[in-house]
Design a protein around this ligand. Structure first.
Ligand code: TYD
Ligand code: MG
Length: 454
């Protein structure tokens, strides 16, 4: 009995932290009622060998055979780039996103591309075969080399893999799979961990690439355990704003390529269309020369993306003025307004501030600080900053402008799209050898930046 008890484990559903006993609140992340019991599965023949038939001998790293060159390059350059130059055999990728964002669409198109050159298998635990056929018709996927299976039982999926011998497998979604070896219901922490673990094992032993679809819960974490993120090789988030047609596939973890790389798609009537020049898309609805509008040359992964930052600063009638941000960290906005008030004596304290990254894009780089500061200043003073200007730089608490990475790449992209003036950190001037035809204004503080505005 006591032996049985020690086997119980408890995990937090939201952060994946382990705890010794059930608690109402997770000690690691503070989430309430998120600790769930996890019963380790009974060992399944073939996966947990009790005894070892071969001696266990470590190998010298230099003698390990490399076959990294074999990448499976499917259709579509966006996904290939996000994966780090094609799909790696034996790798497991988690594709996570909100329900209805287009994960099944993306994976059906992707798999149809791979099916031209490799055997594939699409397992759906959520949709009937007719529904899959309907989507295929809509996407123009002929389906001749596209085996599909509607199945929730993990053991049946494994059997189907043994028979069909695919080299690329899609499991849509991992939350609908259940293994017989675990007594809990599909979608629970223990089932998701167990099923993912078994599929990863299968991928590694068969050298088969696997895409797992994972739904995201309201608070932005993959339902069930975030633990899944640690288990897989690649984590891709499929994101998009409601009311916008474009979607972004973002690699937040990648063992085979750069992380933070993005692919941009547009959801059309007949599926996802690749957007090869996202800057044009994000700037397409810009009103040139509007007050409070500034273009920021961003970098996502290895790729430059120009986005417009808009702000509206208006006198407030509330004792506590409103601060609304979309696509930008509210804490960072609070820091920037404090710096501008302290260093430049600007009065934001009695103004409401609405800050938008246009098009619903999300910026996480601190390199956008200076552009946000310019936008706030422009709106407060009712200044048009011109339509040919880009602004880049990180702002410190002392009002100093700090260096940012990849300045040359950012400016080259801006020049390509017709921008002719840039405000950038002084310290970055050394790093740009081949400056495109642009007027450059180097600044070392926010005060200086204000002086350099038109
Ligand atoms: P889906 O791939 O089913 O989303 P998920 O698997 O992430 O839940 O996509 C659902 C949405 O995409 C649905 O609202 C309809 C839309 N859609 C299109 O606009 N065009 C298309 O060609 C397809 C297949 C779907
Ligand atoms: Mg789906």
């Amino acid at each position: 009995m006591s032996k049985e008890k020690t086997k119980q484990q408890f995990f937090c559903e939201s952060c994946g932290a382990q705890s010794l006993r059930w608690e109402g609140r997770c000690g690691a992340c503070g989430a309430w009622n998120s600790i769930k019991e996890f019963r380790p599965a009974r060992s399944v023949p073939g996966t947990h060998p009790r005894g070892f038939s071969h001696p266990v001998v470590p190998q010298l790293l230099s003698e390990v055979q490399q076959n990294a060159a074999q990448r499976m390059v499917g259709m579509g350059s966006e996904l290939n780039r996000v994966l780090g130059g094609g799909l790696t055999p034996g790798s497991v990728a988690l594709v996570a996103g909100d329900p209805g964002i287009g994960k099944s669409t993306l994976l059906m198109e992707t798999l149809a591309g791979f099916s031209q050159s490799w055997p594939v298998l699409y397992v759906s635990g959520e949709e009937s075969l007719e529904q899959l056929r309907q989507r295929a018709d809509r996407l123009g996927v002929s389906g001749e080399r596209f085996p599909v299976l509607m199945e929730n039982r993990l053991e049946a999926v494994i059997q189907a893999v043994e028979v069909a011998q695919p080299e690329v497998l899609v499991v849509d979604s991992i939350q609908t799979m259940a293994s017989e070896s675990s007594p809990s219901a599909a979608g629970t922490v223990s089932q998701v961990r167990e099923c993912a673990g078994r599929l990863i094992h299968l991928a590694k032993t068969r050298n088969m690439a696997v895409f797992l679809v994972g739904h995201v819960t309201k608070d932005g974490q993959i339902a069930g355990p975030r633990v899944l993120e640690h288990m897989v090789d690649t984590v891709l988030y499929f994101e998009g704003e409601r009311g916008h047609d474009y979607r972004i596939l973002r690699a937040v973890k990648n063992r085979f390529g750069p992380s933070n790389e993005i692919g941009v798609f547009e959801m059309c009537q007949s599926g996802l269309r690749e957007v090869t020049n996202p800057s044009e898309l994000f700037l397409s609805e810009r009103i040139r020369g509007a007050t409070g509008s500034v273009v920021f040359p961003g970098i996502e992964g290895t790729r430059p993306v120009l986005v417009e930052i808009q702000s509206l600063v208006a006198p407030s009638v509330f004792p506590q003025p409103r601060r609304n941000t979309l696509g930008w960290d509210p804490n960072r906005l609070a820091m920037l307004t404090a710096v501008l008030e302290k260093r430049l004596g600007l009065g934001f304290f009695n103004h409401d501030i609405f800050l938008n990254v246009a098009g619903g894009f999300r910026i996480t780089e601190p390199a956008a600080d200076l552009a946000v500061a310019a936008s706030l200043f422009g709106s407060l003073k009712n200044l048009s900053l011109g339509s040919g200007l880009v602004v880049v730089g990180e702002v410190g608490l002392g009002g100093e402008v700090r260096a940012v990475s990849h300045v040359a790449t950012r400016l080259r992209e801006a020049a390509k799209l017709g921008f002719d003036r840039a405000i950038l950190p002084e310290k970055c001037m050394k790093t740009i050898a081949d400056v495109p035809k642009m007027e450059l204004a180097a600044v070392s503080s926010v005060e200086e930046m204000i002086q350099k505005l038109p």
